[in-house]
Ligand binder design. Sequence first.
Ligand code: FES
Length: 491
Amino acid sequence: MEALASSFSSFQFTTIPTRVPRIQLDKPMLNHLPSSNQRLSNSSLSSIHKNKAEFRLFTATSSSSTVSTEFADPTEEQVEIDSQGEKFDWYAQWYPVMPVCDLDKRVPHAKKVMGLDVVVWWDRNESAWKVFDDMCPHRLAPLSEGRIDQWGRLQCVYHGWCFNGSGDCKFIPQAPPDGPPVHTFKKACVAAYPSTVQNDIVWFWPNSDPQYKDILSKNKPPYIPELDDPSYTRLMGNREIPYGYADIKSTTFLVFFVFKQNLCTASDSSLMFVMRFLEPSSNVPQRRFLLIFICIPVSPGNSRLIWTFPRNVGVWIDRVVPRWMFHVGQNLILDSDLYLLHLEERKIMDIGPSNWQKACFVPTKSDALVVSFRRWLNKYAGGQVDWGTKFSGALPPTPPREQLLDRYWSHVVNCRSCNVAYKGLNVLEVVLQVMSIASIGVVAAAKQNMLSAAARNTLIFFAVLSFVASRWLAHFVYKNFRYHDYNHALR
Ligand code: FES
């Protein structure tokens, strides 16, 4: 991904400073940020910056960068730890869970966000995606292993308890009809998180306390106008990444979102960094291309990335090229940084996340975004995600390289397009092998004068061709849907 970033770097920053840019980290205030009822244009985004809103919205242009205005000695200590008690509340924000295009309405889906195990399911009675605690109140079986019953309720398959879209238990098979209505007891309910769909992504609020039941009426997830603009393409992808939230953002650029900060009131939520690249022209660009990466904390050492590259040119390409073909190249870009960042995160944990700026030498403007984020993280979040009581924050052990760079479990099973392609190409591989064997069989079984020499040669050629094609296809499927070892030295 760094390679992709560097290909744009000349447009972002035209001068190379000799000292590290110092980015102002203000106390985040969020009420100027775009939400679904505040659809902002480019110009309005710029005006936000000009208005010096309390949290900066970064706009990078080719001619000048508004990211930095002040420079400091790179060896200067820049760790900022806020001691005033203003802390980022990680559990009072909207979090994206998954793109809708990769969710199947017929089944419940197990997902993890902020260390919480949740089940995402389609409630056809309310025509809405629901996000529940993935734990049955009966004996704690995962509801994500359940099913949607014939009445559209979420059913735990262990003993059959059924829940409606509000988390209320509606049926306990073992409860006698003439007995007490135990299904109405509060303890029979599942914790239902506030949830919504915005920009074709399911979002949830990771607090099921009743006080947040109507949080959506006061506080909406960040809004990206281009994703709802029909003149733009908006194919999405998602992948589970084996390094943390802080490191995943070190690789993002241009348009960059991190959901954060609700320091004042519940209505001030879901702040994001936004960095926009504008064409080197004073006119409003007619042709636009955005890179959007949404980074989601999953658990210590694990994140989820949702990406989309909306553009208003060549829209027809996305209509004829299947999504999985784009994902082949996009996953390769992710792979190129994956192993490096996994190990880098461990080094940062060894030195202590709040010492990041002491340990790293970041003298150029290309590091400005990362530096600003690290400062913010130190100042308002103690340098790392608050995992509550569930995790200590310690990183899991490094798995074998094949597991780290695995594509199947991290992406293919969670991507409907790649999943269909994977199954289809596997079937095609078997068909080619069968055709190869059948052709040889026909040649072997045919009596001497039953087949002409030309027909015999054609069948043999066809058999060899089918076999070679099946082997090539097996290699293609393995490299693009299973495991691709990215070796920088040999590329
Ligand atoms: S554990 Fe879910 S119904 Fe028993």
